[in-house]
Design a protein around this ligand. Structure first.
Ligand SMILES: [Zn+2]
Ligand SMILES: [Zn+2]
Length: 389
């Protein structure tokens, strides 16, 4: 009989958090004083899909500033996933007025108000070749479109966040500052896309440069002013072959849309080979297991530098020393973050209210509702009574 030997005791299992994480959990990491964090909140195409919202990029700086570049359809929920109080999501820069670049402006505007934003929403965007093609016209009419919605908020919530503050600028200006504050300068350069009135952006802070094309055909301004940027995000649209195969475009339309209205992956590679950023980021295509190799092969025909092909929730931590690329892990059950300043109580005198015909149809169910009021008053030491009419 062989005597059982007692095995060595294994080392204790780790109970400490790892020093390095290769996933970004929103709301859990300090941003270094010299650090820029860029988050992809929309990387898809004009066609809606669950996996990729339309164009939207969040830039957070170590000085506390935050900026949104484009707010395409579906992107507002990605922004909410970052667990940032809406009071800080109050500055939006629009590259052009395609709905896949500003289709969620209404969601950020009104959603921000019910999500506790107590500051005006500030919007920078290009003027058009005529006034009705400009950003001010678009936002003025968005506000009109939401007249009923806005009216319904009056007297019910703190409405300071309903104010819209629009800054329109000349789309033909070349590398002129459109924003300067707190050590941050944002400049615009003309873009060539669809109609006059498209621009690209350059943000400089603390020796770091972020370049964002929005949508554009390759052009001389981007080549000159985005050169040497730390992170350069440029559209890299689905190639003509993908448009034909996946989207059933005719060859003629695929070539026009894929290489003339937009920048194809092969053109994107050429652009990046000329401006040589520390990190090139391609977006604006459906980034799947079967499209990524096709797009990558086209890019690598002319560009062999650092590259990320973006999907939603890709996060870039940019410092002078390093650029770290990770994916964010998202909590789908999040609620709005608290406001950063005290809310004003609603001013009931502003309520528009109902007509007599409609309000006369109410069934107030006091036997149920009085209990709710009594319970809440008891729990929170208040003395609120249900309306009597
Ligand atoms: Zn566009
Ligand atoms: Zn676009």
């Amino acid at each position: 009989m062989i005597a059982a030997t007692k095995p060595d005791r294994p080392p204790p299992s780790p109970v400490k958090a790892l020093a390095e994480r290769d996933v970004f959990f929103p709301g859990t990491e300090d941003l270094g004083p010299d650090e820029m964090r860029v988050t992809a909140c929309g990387t898809g195409m004009p066609n809606a899909r669950p996996k990729q919202a339309a164009a939207c990029w969040l830039v957070e700086l170590g000085n506390g500033d935050k900026f949104i570049f484009d707010i395409g359809t579906g992107s507002a929920e990605r922004l909410s996933a970052m667990k940032i109080p809406y009071d800080y999501l109050d500055k939006v820069f629009l590259g052009h007025l395609h709905s896949d670049h500003f289709g969620d402006m209404d969601a950020l505007w009104v959603g921000g108000v019910v999500g506790n934003r107590l500051r005006p929403l500030r919007i920078w965007g290009p003027a058009g070749h005529e006034p009705e093609y400009g950003t001010a016209y678009a936002i003025e009419h968005m506000e009109k479109m939401l007249t009923w919605d806005k009216g319904s908020r009056l007297g019910n919530v703190d409405i300071r966040g309903l104010e819209l503050d629009v800054h329109e600028f000349d789309y033909k200006a070349v590398n002129e500052p459109i924003y300067q504050d707190n050590g941050v300068t944002i400049r615009s350069i003309p873009a060539i896309h669809a109609l006059d009135g498209s621009v690209s952006f350059l943000l400089e802070w603390n020796g770091l440069k972020f370049a964002y094309s929005s949508d554009t055909f390759p052009n001389k301004w981007w080549r000159e002013y985005a050169a040497g940027s730390d992170i350069a995000i440029h559209e890299c649209f689905a190639s003509p072959e993908l448009l034909i195969q996946k989207q059933k475009f005719t060859p003629q339309t695929a070539l026009n849309v894929g290489t003339q209205v937009h920048t194809s992956p092969a053109q994107f590679g050429k652009v990046m080979s000329e401006i040589k950023p520390r990190m090139a980021v391609g977006y604006h295509f459906f980034n799947d297991f079967d499209t990524r190799p096709v797009v990558l092969a086209d890019i690598r025909k002319s560009y062999d530098g650092p590259l990320a092909l973006a999907v939603d929730y890709m996060v870039f931590n940019v410092t002078q020393e390093d650029i770290k690329v990770r994916m964010a892990a998202i909590d789908e059950d999040i609620w709005p973050q608290p406001a950063t300043q005290a809310k004003l109580p609603p001013d009931f005198s502003q309520q528009i209210g109902f007509s007599q015909e409609i309000i006369s149809g109410r069934l107030p169910y006091p036997e149920v509702v009085q209990d709710i009021y009594d319970d809440i008053n008891k729990r929170y030491g208040t003395n609120v009574e249900p309306p009597t009419k």
